[in-house]
Ligand binder design. Structure first.
Ligand code: FAD
Length: 423
């Protein structure tokens, strides 16, 4: 694997770009691995990377039914932030944001993490009060960049929002996290894949898991489209397809539903917005940023029916366009370039699972809702830690499946720095 550096770019320039090596191998599956991760999305790849990097476990395979990053990993709107309210989520997402801040160096791969303010617009005095409470909580618990902006500051920073008194949801202020940002999602998948492969992990694409062989409460092997693969330990990191794998493993009852979520990108524009703006709290549901290529990247609500189709419906296109127009009327004549859908693993309280399962050597990583992109580094870090040490670290000890049975939901859906309303 060629290491990227300014010197290497210069050297390859002199050699006519002929000396770059493949970013990752395309190996044949081995008969057995110590750890098999199912799902070559961001979380599966990050887990494999940290298994090798942090724990020295390298006899690892990542099984991906399509191409790596072809699921939600390559379909999201790439918003990164750590403005959560519940203690378990607060410490986890803040750790993730800190990993993001050094990720390009860690992976020796430019993931284009671009820090910028995440501006959650508020539309009533009550919403402002609630935001102030939550953002004060953030400042008191290790997230120093939580701010409340009044209208004067907001107008100065984002002049072209619809501040009109007749707006459907008049803006009264904003809750802002200044270290939030966006990153290039494909680069995150490729960077983790390259890092894991360089440490000995086999990344097996076009390798769909079609069955799970068990001996009592242990998984012995996975049936795949590239043959049978025996596994010492198994991690499921298949996001919206978790229920399918769960059934293959002979397990029943999972507090996750698979829902469609669409994303949209416009034709490239000159620089218009250098923040992430969220129009949501007490208003519509809409979030928008501008990519390095100039496209306006935005999204809104789920399609509100369950599906694995990765393709959304026109009513949501209508709904999201209306929200765009009501908050940024200057977008009225912009052309939509593309839109697509992903399969979201929605948990019942809006918080994830990084936990053991009823099977002794099966571990679960799922339930990411709208928060899975920003969670990627910490998710991989702590899932690898769980699999390597066969016990949850206190950092993720609350992310269990049985929290619903015990009445210990981590409810980030209805209030506060809500996963659903913040993109
Ligand atoms: C439109 C949209 C916008 C979003 N915006 C944001 C955002 O702005 N910020 C944010 O934090 N999060 C966002 N998310 C959520 C985020 O993208 C996901 O939570 C996260 O990507 C899920 O983790 P993953 O990358 O590992 O999932 P995926 O990339 O979906 O990985 C799972 C992989 O498992 C594979 N797989 C499934 N079944 C099998 C099988 N049987 N055998 C082998 N492989 C299998 C799939 O092919 C897939 O590649 C968004 C999601 C969508 C859809």
């Amino acid at each position: 694997m060629t290491r990227f550096s300014a010197w290497e770019v210069f050297r390859q320039g002199l050699r006519g770009q002929t000396g770059w090596s493949r970013q990752w191998r395309d190996p044949e599956p081995k008969a057995r691995y110590d750890v098999v991760i199912v799902g070559g999305g961001l979380h599966g790849l990050a887990t494999a990377f940290y298994l090798a990097e942090n724990h020295g476990i390298t006899n690892v395979a990542v099984l991906e039914k399509g191409w790596i990053g072809g699921g939600n990993g390559g379909r999201n709107t790439t918003i990164v932030r750590s403005n959560y309210a519940q203690p378990a989520n607060r410490r986890f997402y803040e750790h993730s944001l800190r990993l993001w801040e050094d990720l390009s160096h860690e992976l020796n791969y430019n993931v284009m993490f671009s820090q910028r303010s995440h501006i959650a617009l508020q539309h009533s005095p009550g919403a402002m009060d609630r935001a102030a409470r939550n953002y004060n909580l953030m400042r008191r618990t290790g997230t120093p960049d939580a701010e409340i902006w009044g209208l004067d500051r907001l107008r100065a920073e984002v002049p072209h929002l619809n501040y009109g008194p007749d707006a459907r949801f008049p803006i009264v202020g904003a809750a802002v996290q200044t270290r939030a940002g966006t990153a290039r999602h494909d680069a995150v998948a490729w960077g983790y894949a390259r890092g894991a492969d360089g440490r000995g992990v086999d990344i097996l694409q076009n390798c769909e898991v079609t069955g799970v062989a068990r001996d009592g409460d242990r998984i012995t092997a996975l049936e795949t489209t590239r043959g049978r693969i025996e596994a010492g330990r198994v991690g499921f990191a298949v996001a919206g397809h978790t229920s399918q794998l769960w059934q293959m493993a002979g397990l029943g009852g999972l507090p996750i539903e698979s829902h469609l979520l669409q994303a949209f990108v416009s034709e490239p524009l000159k620089p218009l917005l250098d923040q992430v703006v969220v129009f949501g709290v007490g208003g519509a549901h809409f979030y928008i940023s501008q990519s390095d290529k100039g496209g306006m990247v935005f999204g809104g609500d789920l399609d509100w029916y369950k599906s694995f189709s990765q393709r959304g419906n026109l009513p949501i296109v209508h709904d999201v366009s209306e929200a765009a127009m009501s908050i940024l009327p200057c977008l009225g004549r912009v052309k939509l370039l593309r839109h697509w859908g992903g399969v979201m693993d929605m948990s019942m309280d809006g918080s994830p699972f990084i936990c053991r399962t009823p099977l002794r050597n099966l571990y679960l990583n799922a339930g990411w809702n709208y928060g899975g992109f920003k969670a990627t580094p910490a998710s991989g870090w702590w899932f690898a830690d769980l699999i390597a040490n066969e016990r949850p670290d206190p950092m993720v000890a609350d992310y269990t499946l049985d929290r619903f049975a015990r009445g210990l939901q981590i409810d980030e859906r209805g209030a506060g720095a809500d996963a659903k309303l913040h993109g």
